[in-house]
Ligand binder design. Structure first.
Ligand code: PHB
Length: 396
């Protein structure tokens, strides 16, 4: 899909930029009657590029359903490509807050980059809506009144996975992932429930994000001959992992399980290599509900592509912001009323209804899915109304 460059956006937003430079809209708080300024900080390049696009599409779709307005106000978008580069996280978030004076940051995908946004959100007080990154700290020790996640915590899907893999009778498992917060915390969830159910992790393998040189590690797995392999990968790297797994002759021999991101948005790219992969996630393409069917149809029509979990998370971020903005009639500076609405939100999502935990993370069902005929088919519920612990969260 076509992405707008900052230059193009600024030229579209020339009128508002002019107003800002005269001091008329000098800050987000003083701009309550002007356009509501939404900052999108997402990856538009690199292995997570397609995730960023899906999130933006979903978010825009929710707003489009409201005639493009939030709490009665028109919306102005500001975009930053965060490149899934943690080292630039703070700088990029500050571009949106200090230079563009956004009222809200919607972002991001990568847990390491999210830590930069989290710091800027806590320091500046800007409203921060997390449409993907599952980093625990955001809704645990570093939780904040102005930070809300609409996706998952990194250990939510894998808590359900560990239990499932043990129940399938796999006693010796190899875990493999990218070594960064998302992979490490996904492992934490897997390990906790898998060990509790009596399983043994015979080897923990990892490689740096976003490295995709899987060959040596797959050779090691073949030599170990575990009962099963469980993993966290996502985006372009996930497609490559499944293809390499099959090419190494492991498909069909050693069952492959994953946090469900493994098979999201990449089934076309992975082709037959994804067949039979079993995952757990808070969404499935094939959820047989009128809400999901209507969403999928409308998304496909609007964007000429199939939605995935990232599109759903972007859409739900839009739904949440709509609820918040409506509660304060577009005046996001009315923080007590805004936070009350966000905290109490019930989101009627394509994934099923979910609520916000006390620490601002979704309480949601986790589905058991298997890849068949190029689709993530739901075959059951792996965990009902699962919440993150929120450990260490103290909201002032
Ligand atoms: C993360 O870095 O938190 C992350 C990235 C991609 C995913 C899930 C989590 O699909």
């Amino acid at each position: 899909m076509k992405t707008t460059t900052r230059r193009q956006m600024l030229s579209h937003g020339a009128a508002i930029a002019g107003a800002a430079s005269t001091g008329f809209l000098a800050s987000g708080a003083s701009a309550q009657t002007g356009k509501l300024r939404v900052g999108l900080m997402l990856p538009y390049t690199g292995t997570f590029a397609q995730l960023g696009v899906a999130i933006e599409n979903g978010f825009r779709m929710a707003l489009n359903e409201q005639g493009g307005k939030l709490g009665g106000r028109d919306v102005e978008f500001f975009k930053v490509d965060d490149e899934s580069e943690p080292a630039k996280g703070i700088e990029n978030a500050n571009k949106l807050v200090q230079r563009d004076k956004v009222d809200v940051i919607v972002g991001t995908v990568h847990s390491g980059v999210q830590m930069g946004i989290q710091k800027v959100a806590r320091d500046s007080g800007v409203l921060s809506l997390i449409p993907n990154a599952g980093v625990h700290a955001a809704t645990r020790s570093l939780c904040a009144l102005n930070v809300y996640r609409t996706s998952f915590s990194n250990s939510q899907p894998t808590k359900a996975l560990g239990k499932l893999v043990a129940e399938k009778g796999h006693k010796r498992v190899v875990w493999i992932t990218w070594k960064y917060a998302a992979g490490d915390e996904a492992f934490e969830g897997f390990k906790e429930s898998y060990l509790a159910a009596g399983g043994t992790i015979v080897k923990e393998l990892g490689l740096p994000f976003p490295n995709v040189e899987f060959q040596a590690l797959l050779t090691e797995i073949a030599a170990i001959k575990p009962d099963a392999v469980a993993c966290f990968f996502a985006g372009g790297g996930a497609a490559k992992f499944m293809k390499d797994y099959a090419a190494a002759g492991l498909q069909g021999k050693i069952p492959l399980y994953g946090s469900g991101f493994l098979t999201e948005g990449v089934l076309g790219a992975a082709g037959a290599a994804a067949n039979g992969v079993i995952t757990t996630l808070h969404y499935s393409d094939s959820l047989d509900t009128p809400r999901n069917k209507a969403f999928r149809l409308a998304y496909a029509k609007q964007f000429k592509m199939q939605p995935d979990v990232y599109a759903v998370q972007g859409y739900d971020t839009g739904l949440l912001l709509i609820q918040g903005a409506n509660a304060v009639k577009g005046d996001l500076s009315n923080k007590p009323a805004l936070y009350k609405a966000l905290q109490g939100a019930v989101i009627d999502s394509p994934r099923g209804k979910w609520t916000m935990s006390a620490a601002h993370n979704p309480v949601q069902d986790i589905y058991l899915r298997v890849v068949k005929d190029g689709e993530n088919k739901v075959v059951g519920i792996a965990a009902k109304a699962l919440s993150d612990s929120g450990a260490g969260c103290k909201l002032a």
